[in-house]
Design a binder for this molecule. Structure first.
Ligand code: XMP
Ligand code: MG
Length: 179
């Protein structure tokens, strides 16, 4: 275990087993279709890579980076696009792959945007969910793990850009935040 981690919440083995489960559900759901799978950078990059290997239908990938504004200042919130998609979503079955849903603001704006761009369908697969923190009415179509209201790192998730490479999800020692 990394020296800065106080507790491992979900092990690498548990994460990989859950991803195989999600992959078989998604393979059944998208049978006969050719979904456009969208990774929300940066946090979802490891999940995306592991997940698509477990999906057996033909698919395409694209990547998007957004930053969430207004969660603390405005209840409506605004999402700024840092990196937009390379391809059009018009008429496509879109699957958004997210690392974690917290307030839900980022995702609700992303879904609205993709619908405005005339996606045929928009579904969400998130590895982690913190429903206690939700400020908008939003539920993922596919969820890996429900987490308690604690800040977690690892498996793509960072604190100040560190710890993304940990293969498990954990909680940092409190002294790390006060550094
Ligand atoms: P929303 O819009 O749902 O934002 O509030 C979701 C985004 O917030 C980040 N987030 C976290 N990042 N550990 C992290 O490293 C966490 O515990 C955590 N909770 C939320 C993350 O970028 C996610 O996409
Ligand atoms: Mg994120």
């Amino acid at each position: 275990m990394h020296n800065d981690i106080q507790e491992v919440l979900i092990s690498e083995e548990e994460i990989q087993a859950k991803i195989r489960e999600l992959g078989s559900k998604l393979s059944a759901e998208y049978e006969g279709r050719n979904p456009l799978v969208i990774c929300v950078l940066k946090g979802a990059f490891i999940f995306m890579a592991d997940l698509v290997k477990t999906i057996t239908v033909p698919l395409e990938l694209d990547f998007m980076a957004v930053s969430s504004y207004g969660a603390s200042t405005k209840s409506s919130g605004v999402v700024k696009i840092i990196k937009d998609l390379d391809v059009s979503v018009e008429g496509r079955d879109v699957l958004i792959v997210e690392d974690i849903i917290d307030s839900g603001l980022t995702l609700s704006h992303l879904i609205e945007m993709l619908q405005n761009r005339k996606a045929k369908s928009v579904a969400v697969c998130t590895l982690f969910d913190k429903p206690a923190r939700r400020t908008v009415d939003l539920q993922a179509d596919y969820t890996g793990f429900v987490l308690p209201d604690a800040f977690v790192v690892g498996y793509g998730l960072d604190y100040a850009e560190h710890y993304r490479n940990l293969p498990y999800i954990g909680i940092l020692k409190p002294e790390i935040y006060s550094k």
